[in-house]
Design a protein around this ligand. Sequence first.
Ligand SMILES: NC(=O)c1ccc[n+]([C@@H]2O[C@H](COP(=O)([O-])OP(=O)(O)OC[C@H]3O[C@@H](n4cnc5c(N)ncnc54)[C@H](O)[C@@H]3O)[C@@H](O)[C@H]2O)c1
Length: 270
Amino acid sequence: MNCRDQVVLVTGAASGIGFAVASAYAREGARVAMVDLRREAVTEAAQRIFDQDLVYPVQADVRLVEEIERALDGVGSRFGTPTILVNAAGLYPSDPVLEMSEVAWDRVLDTNLKGPFFTSQSFARRLIRQNVKGNIVNITSGAAKRARPGAAHYSASKAGLAMLTQALAIELAPFGIRVNAVSPGFVEVHSAVNQLSTRYVEAIRRTIPLGRAGAPEDIAHAVLFLTGPGSDWITGTVFRVDGGSAAGTTALPLSRVDQEEGGDNDPQAL
Ligand SMILES: NC(=O)c1ccc[n+]([C@@H]2O[C@H](COP(=O)([O-])OP(=O)(O)OC[C@H]3O[C@@H](n4cnc5c(N)ncnc54)[C@H](O)[C@@H]3O)[C@@H](O)[C@H]2O)c1
């Protein structure tokens, strides 16, 4: 995929999936604004991209509309108006319902849902003003459809983001802006921000039908496909990239009655 004419803005680009997405676009020749809350981390991450001329690290908090505007202004002056936006910044802390504070709830919802909305709004307004087409990809999660303990705020934010993907797709379609989502299953990222217990990681690994955790690059490939020419007629979709996790469960044994349980109800005996 040749992205030489594209300017891409990736949020959450200092680490994990956002970093892999930013690297993948740079490899295809795009100029990439790497936006993250953590200034040092995003500067360091940008230095790991093979061609420094292709990347621009920007510190911004996606929870704050004025910081989003400032980031987009900065990218506009440096590289020109972005034509691809990937909303990857996200938090997935563990907070059981009965212990959830208002601060914890707001932090997750503001980062995972409000952030992508206002970043998308600002991105779309700029494209529409210049009569240019573009693409948005939101990173949702399997947690949007499957609740798990400690993730009420996270699941609600990602379910909201999945619907936001559809709502944005409908309203922005007349302007030639496609909006899709990638819904990852468990992806191993070794994040400094989103930390997971070993116990949790070992348990979730066992549930993945394809038998391995995802790599950030698995998600990046899907993002690039959704913003490329081969997906020109796709908008408003949520694309699962999860090693089969959302397809069903591997946690149950076969339901057939074993020989030793046999008796009159043994289907083999009929
Ligand atoms: N890793 C997984 O298993 C997995 C699974 C499903 C979905 N996701 C989603 O993928 C996205 C990336 O997660 P990851 O696993 O790569 O995590 P990560 O911690 O490696 O990366 C998240 C990045 O977002 C940045 N960030 C957090 N709050 C921000 C804010 N307010 N403004 C700007 N940047 C901010 C962090 O600094 C961090 O660099 C998230 O939206 C997450 O919910 C991850």
